[in-house]
Design a protein around this ligand. Sequence first.
Ligand code: HXC
Ligand code: NAP
Length: 292
Amino acid sequence: MSFSDPMFKNNELNNKVIVVTGGGSGLGKSMSEYFLSLGAKVVITSRNMEKLNRAKSELMEKTGGDVFPVACDIRNYDEVENLLSKCIEKFGKVDALLNNAAGNFISPTERLSSNAFDTIIDIVLKGTKNCTLAFGKYWIKEKQKATILNIITTYAWTGSGYVVPSAAAKAGVLAMTRSLAVEWSKYGIRLNAIAPGPFPTEGAWDRLLPGDLKEKFDVSKKVPLRRVGEHQELSNLAAYLLSDYSAYINGEVITIDGGEWLQGAGQFNMLEKVPKEMWDMLEMMIRSKKTK
Ligand code: HXC
Ligand code: NAP
């Protein structure tokens, strides 16, 4: 067994209808592929229909599963309501929503126009709100049990310079996850979040590490496990959180980052750089300070 192997193998998501925003690329596409291989029917949505059609062909070829692409800009509530209608028309129900779509780029905050800041907030926070509200209202009206999984980031709670609109928006998504996990549990709606560390994708890497920044900042060095994540590892966690095996997990955020954010947070983690052979001398110096 390897950490990059599929964890479930026996149709654990059989007949579940799962909507994946941003399902035509990157992590959304990888997670969609795994859900399909476990028997789910997957609706992939983003703004670019051509991209979605390409992803549909690829996913169907790989899994033989039922993929339904729908163009939708999640910033517009009307388009999200249209997405929901199309899902119901096609499959008669929706069981789960994976809020994965996002927009982001690095920039000193003072360089951002007001519209640039809004653009990120609108995709990440308002888009997640639009999908959550439209699908939630539907499930409550239909008295249907459902699951929502939100993809956030670890800087949702640490904050981070140079991606401030994204950090603020993801923090809002985390607050919404925890709030609704309590408020909507009476309707049988469960909400959780995943905070991934670095998982290479074109979408994120081209915007967060453009040009030679990729070589300048080797992100795997920021991770105690000294590697980036494999898409299958994230897909395994997402499949579990959308499956009935996780029925008692509600309002949780699960970090999958090889320890990255804690390495940055622990006040003395810089001592990692102290060579092993120096520790005898350091211990002696400390012990010599004993007064009684
Ligand atoms: C400053 C910028 C900018 C930049 C755009 N803008 N890029 N400002 N620096 N690099 C400004 C524009 O000038 C404009 O403001 C406003 O932002 C909107 O730009 P548009 O191009 O009109 O927006 P739109 O077409 O809606 O595209 C949205 C986008 C784009 C976010 C800018 O990059 C996109 O489509 N992204 C989707 C995919 C994505 O970002 N994936 C990465 C997710 S990674 P003005 O004032 O001129 O009108 C992620 C990882 C997190 O979230 C954690 C990793 C560890
Ligand atoms: P990605 O491929 O760029 O994914 C973002 C997706 O969102 C794209 O498919 C994009 O499609 C869609 N999208 C953007 N704006 C949209 C809108 N207005 N309406 C509908 N869809 C929209 O990047 P990724 O790395 O896979 O990111 C996926 C998720 O993981 C994001 O939530 C991101 O914050 C999170 N994450 C990623 C990493 C990482 O290391 N990769 C780390 C932490 C968190 P269109 O452009 O076609 O609309």
